[in-house]
Design a protein. Sequence first.
Length: 251
Amino acid sequence: MDAPVGASPPAEIAAVAAEVFGDRLGLAVDYARLLVTDGVVRGLIGPREAPRIWERHLVNCAVVSQMIPIGASVVDVGSGAGLPGIVLAVARPDLRITLVEPLARRTAFLEEAVSILGLEPAVTVVRGRAEDVVDGPPAGADVVTARAVAPLDRLAGWCLPLARVGGRLLALKGATAAEEAAEHRDAVVALGGSDPVLRLCGEGLIDPPTTVLEVVVQSRPKPPTRVAGPGRDAGGRSGGRGTGRGRSRRG
C-alpha cells in the first residue's frame, strides 16, 4: 500500500529532515503519517497542509530543539496536534515534555499519538489551559513553548508562570515577530520576563528559518487573573484559545 501523501519527507527536504531527526527519522515519519491521516480526518490538520507537513510543520518545529538544553523539562502550551511538543519529543528523547491542551478532541489525539509512537514516560498530556495548571506538576519548567497561540503579551501572562525563575519562554512566531516584540515589551517585563529577543533557528538548513521570541523569566510572575465577561471564557479570551487558532496554525 502506498504511503499517504505527506507521510514521507519530500526529496527537496529529505536531507534536512534526516539531519534534524537523526536516527529517529523513522519515528518522525510515523508521526507525519498520523498527522496526514487521523489529524486531517479529525480536523487538526487542514487537507491542504498534508503535502507540506514536513516543511511547514515538522522540520520548522524540530530546529527549535537547538535552543533547548540537554535533559530539560518542557511544557508545550496549546499543543493542538503536537506542534511543537511531539516534534521536540521525537527529535530529542532526552527531554521531559508536558503537552497542555484544553480541547478534549485534541488531547485524545495527543494521548493516542504518544502511545502509538512509544513516547511514554517522557511525554505526558494534560488537559487544561495554562492558567488552570499553573499550580500543578507542569509548573517550574526549564522551557515553555508555544506556537501561534496568542499575541506575546497574553502568551507571556499564560506561560511565564509555568517556568522556573531563569527558565525561558520560546514563542514560535511569524514574519512580524520583531514588531510584536517591540509592541509588547513593556507588558512582558511587567510580568517578570526579560526583553523579548528574536532568535532564528535552522539558519543554513531551512529558508526561511524558524522565528522564535525568547523571554527569560527574571522574577516569579503572578498567575493571570481570570475574569469572565459576556462572550468570553473564564480566561478572558473571546471564543477561547482552542477554537481560534487550529486552522491557522495547523491548516
